[in-house]
Design a protein around this ligand. Structure first.
Ligand code: KIV
Ligand code: ZN
Length: 521
């Protein structure tokens, strides 16, 4: 028997982008969409077109650019204007999907929608039909219906809504655990119940959409697959509302590593998992925890002597996946300052990156500068240099240079020189609790942005005392959160770059307008 294929529906650009501080601009979304296409995801949920002009623009551009290589999906509430706007954004995609949703649980019916069951069913049917009717001519309708908060919906009512939505033309029925309340055996039982009690269920693909509030999103999604779901909705690095969604990389590698058990496969090019994870982390500024399964820095690091010994004898003693299968190349020593352009380009490609000539030249210059300071340049260093150069945030301000003083018995100070968009140079100085704090204060004086530092983290990118430091900062400006990342062998410079990136994001941000009444979906 051939293994069944599980459709991977990525919602990094919609649900993932709803995580606080993870908003992306259109250029960034296009970059992530490109990576998702190369990863070979089947469906890309590109956004919620009615939410804002920016969301609409991004969905339309993604539909036009990538709509022949993946199905491009747009979200819509069960409202006429949402569905019409979604279609307007999607219509140019060769493969388009409209995703309509309406809450069905008693709590949502009573307190959010103030609607009874008959009204919910009527709306779901009417709006699913409206979405189906958009697919005219020889286009086959591709409409997904989600009963929001399905995991807390009475099973008989869930069956009724699902049956009517399928009759109205829905081709995918997505079962969301919107608030991350389900546990695996129970969630699997919900899917099984639908399969056994909805008479027309064979006319639609069943999908899962699990949130991670109890840390069970991946387990619940896999339970859904076991029970018969054939689409899984997930995000890169598990990004998403609150504690996030099911992590794509974990679902895919669980299905692959335990194909013996699930008897399923996906179309994902797993070698792109690690580079895609890094790209998303770099663009959103949302760091990946070190011990995160599949894409964390420690995911393949064996510390205990007994494990190292076992691995040296036979890697399968302690390794169930090969790091290279997820595109992770560890911290192998690769290049030094005498390595040429060809070797450098080949290494970049092996790491899964594709850079245009201009970006390549900049990264190559950074590499030469780094190799001058650091004897051994590792893959992780190269990945950090590339992430640092993938700059899709408009550089309202650039750092020209800085000088700091610090030490016991002195007042830490920083003097900064920065250039604005018109090329004008501004200099200023500040004192602080330490040299880094002084740099941040001087930067705020120059840019005129009053920010609050919410979080600061520094880590070493690779090994050795000359390793590059990577700094991640989280700031808040006017109640909005922004992340920034910077790398350098000098951690004060890395800190300055990270802070500047976050400030530039704040300066470039247009607050995302969500439509009134939109729930935390
Ligand atoms: O979590 C949720 O219920 C959603 C729906 C829109 C599918 O994101
Ligand atoms: Zn969701």
């Amino acid at each position: 028997m051939t293994d069944e294929v599980i459709t991977i529906f990525d919602t990094t650009l919609r649900d993932g982008e709803q995580s606080p501080g993870c908003s992306m601009n259109t250029a960034e979304k296009l970059e992530v969409a490109n990576a998702l296409v190369e990863l070979q995801v089947d469906v890309i949920e590109a956004g919620f077109p009615i939410a804002s002009p920016g969301d609409f623009e991004a969905v339309q551009k993604i539909a036009r650019r990538f709509g022949d290589r993946a199905t491009i999906c747009g979200l819509a509430r069960c409202r006429v204007e949402d569905i019409d706007r979604a279609w307007e954004a999607l219509q140019d995609a060769e493969r388009a999907r409209i995703h309509v949703f309406l809450a069905t649980s008693a709590i949502h019916r009573e307190f959010k929608l103030k609607m009874g069951k008959p009204e919910i069913v009527r709306r779901a049917v009417e709006m699913t039909k409206r979405a189906v009717d958009k697919f005219t001519g020889n286009r086959t309708a591709d409409v997904e219906f989600s009963p929001e908060d399905a995991a807390r919906t009475e099973l008989d009512f869930l069956c009724e809504v699902v049956e009517k939505a399928i009759d109205a033309g829905a081709t995918t029925i997505n079962i969301p655990d919107t608030v991350g309340y389900a546990v695996p055996a129970q969630f699997g039982a919900v899917i099984r119940y639908l399969k056994e009690n909805v008479p027309n269920i064979d006319r639609a693909v069943i999908s899962s959409h699990c949130h991670n509030d109890l840390g069970l999103a991946v387990a619940n999604s896999l339970a859904a697959v076991e029970a018969g779901a054939r689409q899984v909705e997930c995000t890169i690095n598990g990004l998403g509302e609150r504690a996030g969604n099911a992590a794509l990389e974990e679902i895919v590698m669980a299905l692959r590593t335990r194909a013996d058990y699930f008897k399923c496969r996906t179309n994902i090019n797993t070698k792109k998992l690690y580079p895609t994870s890094r790209l998303v982390s770099s663009i959103t500024g949302m760091k990946v925890q070190r011990n995160k399964a599949i894409v964390g820095q420690n995911a393949f690091a064996h510390e205990a002597g007994i494990h190292q010994h076992g691995i040296l004898q036979e890697r399968t003693t302690y390794e169930i996946m090969r790091p290279e299968d997820v595109g992770f190349h560890g911290t192998n020593l690769v290049l030094g300052k005498h390595s040429g352009r060809h070797a450098f380009r080949a290494r970049i490609e092996a790491l899964g990156y594709r850079l245009d000539d201009d970006a390549f030249q900049k990264v190559f210059e950074d590499f030469i500068a780094l190799a001058d300071k650091k004897k051994e340049v590792y893959d992780a260093d190269i990945a950090a240099l590339i992430d640092n150069r993938i700059e899709t945030v408009p550089e309202t301000w650039q750092l020209v240079g800085f000088h700091t003083t610090g030490g016991t018995g002195t007042v830490p100070t920083a003097t900064l020189e920065m250039r604005d968009r018109n090329g004008e140079i501004r200099r200023d100085a500040a004192i602080g609790d330490g040299p880094i704090d002084a740099v941040f204060k001087a930067m705020e004086r120059i840019t005129g942005v009053a920010a609050r530092l919410e979080d600061y983290e520094v880590r070493s990118v690779s090994r050795g005392k000359d390793a590059q430091g990577e700094v991640l900062v989280e700031i808040s400006v006017n109640g909005h959160t922004y992340y920034g990342k910077g790398v350098s062998t000098d951690i004060i410079e890395a800190s300055a770059r990270a802070y500047l990136r976050a400030l530039n994001k704040a300066l470039a941000s247009v607050p995302t307008e969500r439509p009134p009444g939109k729930s935390a979906v």
